[in-house]
Ligand binder design. Sequence first.
Ligand code: HEM
Length: 158
Amino acid sequence: MREKGVRSGVLVLVGALGLAACATMQPEPTLYERLRIVDVSGVPQLGRSAISLVVDDFVANVAADDRINARFKALQPPQVSRLKANLADQICQAAGGPCSYLGRDMKDTHKGMNITEAEWNATVEALVKALDKYKVGEREKKELLAALGPMKADIVGQ
Ligand code: HEM
């Protein structure tokens, strides 16, 4: 009888400890949730707006880079806006955010362009420059580049 009482007491204690652990254990924030930046006016930005600001800068860096800008010179302003929106959705989705990329797949988009490894590297540099401008952390930068890395096979040499 006494033994039974002790056993159920232990069970209650184990259960209570388990509940306490559940209450204090936060799920690891996604990359999307960790992408927080401060805009040029000093206002903190997160989520899709933070990503849009980084993409604006990324595209501006591409446009200023003579190694790759000729590739984009035929795009009209509405096409540039669509490219930016698609890039932001794509990055948001790759970072685990609540966005859906609705553009064309990477293989079809870049088919026939014969994009070189050097152009790929210049494009990644343009993105890194934008991430650095907004002081995105090393861990987040690495994770974002790792999330985009697998697209290389569908973009380079197509
Ligand atoms: C991280 C690497 C890259 C990503 C994530 C990426 C992503 C994209 C996306 C999302 C689009 C728009 C697709 C659509 O509107 O349906 C696009 C279009 C385009 N990309 Fe890339 N891209 C990458 C690398 C490159 C490179 C290295 C080049 C050449 C230097 C390039 C050249 C282009 C061009 C010219 C377009 C416009 C195509 C069009 O609208 O007809 N991309 N890319």
